[in-house]
Design a protein. Structure first.
Length: 346
């Protein structure tokens, strides 16, 4: 099967499934609004926005364009970013269990975000940027620390050692977050719910931020698809065929850290999306990153939008944190991958 024959039908199918998921998640919720009415409400809100006239939508119709749609778009963009990050980290480290949550990077990003929330760190005119910058910075520093500690313990950077160090670091970061929560005062309840993952109340400013970050840093990761393929045959071989190994490593680490940090600042700690999605998508696309990376974008978006839909509808009128849903699915897949790896080694 050639790349051209693969791309056309499969990616059209991915795009259709993603669009259908957006429409489904926009129409379904605690209040069901039929799809034609949902589309009409979005169109009317867009027309009022373009014309500059005040919106005349009723309360029910206003739910779709102003509450559900930005939340669904946020879920799709966060899922796409997390899946792309997980896929890139798995390719770079040659580690099928690599992901922001399993390596402790998400915990580090959460620590940075909680510090920003607790101390009210903001940037003038960009109030949400302070949390994003702190989360991205701590994600990058956490990843460097975890890999440095792993290298000290095991020069081969084996899967088990990386995961072990990542788990230990995540526990340490969680302990620091718990200490901050104790002294957070009125912010404590918000921080606790946020650390479990939630996209509740996310507006279009978050959609715009996620879209910009994903467009910039996601494009850089997509441009490294050939280099990530070269890493599959080993760093030495990649270096011999002309790959600047250190440059690629630094770019991947920076891009994944910024993406994970931004996702954490928008939706809190949402675990296992970057672990689950690439493995599912790989069954369709194969290991070639030229196919796997863009497919993971669609797969991650669909996975998190569906997870968010389940989180807000399974216990109506209550809402579960989205991280609960992704953690349940991710834990099952994690165990499955681990046992498959054990069988292969034997």
């Amino acid at each position: 099967m050639t790349d051209r024959r693969f791309k056309t039908p499969i990616y059209i199918l991915f795009a259709i499934v993603t669009l259908a998921t957006i429409l489904l998640c926009t129409a379904v919720g605690s209040v069901y609004i039929p799809l034609p009415d949902s589309l009409r409400a979005i169109w009317n809100a867009l027309a009022h926005w373009i014309s500059g006239s005040p919106s005349t939508l009723d309360a029910v119709a206003g739910i779709v364009p102003y509450i559900r749609l930005p939340r669904v778009l946020c879920a799709g963009l966060v899922g796409a970013a997390l899946a792309l990050s997980g896929c890139s980290m798995q390719g770079l480290l040659k580690n099928p269990l690599a992901d922001g949550s399993t390596l402790g990077v998400s915990a580090g990003a959460s620590l940075g975000a909680v510090i920003a929330i607790s101390f009210g760190l903001t940037i003038p005119l960009l109030p949400i940027a302070g949390t994003t910058i702190m989360a991205s910075l701590f994600a990058f520093l956490s990843l460097l620390l975890i890999l440095a500690l792993t290298y000290k313990l095991d020069y081969s950077l084996s899967t088990n050692t990386i995961i072990l160090v990542g788990v230990i670091f995540a526990m340490f970061a969680s302990a620091l977050i718990s200490i901050l929560i104790v002294f957070a005062g009125q912010q404590a309840t918000h921080i606790v719910f946020w650390t479990m993952g939630s996209l509740q109340g996310r507006g279009y400013e978050y959609v715009l931020m996620m879209a910009l970050v994903l467009a910039i840093f996601g494009s850089i990761l997509m441009s490294l698809r050939r280099e990530l393929n070269a890493f599959a045959i080993g760093e030495d071989n990649a270096r011999h065929i002309g790959v600047n190994v250190n440059r690629v490593k630094l770019l991947v680490l920076i891009c994944t850290s910024v993406l994970i940090g931004t996702c954490v600042s928008v939706g809190g700690t949402i675990a296992f999306v970057g672990l689950v999605t690439p493995h599912i998508v790989r069954l369709i696309t194969g290991p070639n990153h030229a196919r796997l990376l863009p497919a993971s974008l669609f797969g991650g978006a669909v996975f998190l939008m569906v997870s968010d839909l389940i989180a807000r509808t399974i216990l109506i009128p209550r809402e579960l944190p989205i991280g609960v849903i992704t953690s349940i699915v991710g834990a099952l897949v994690f165990v499955r991958i681990f046992f498959v790896m054990r069988k292969v080694k034997r």
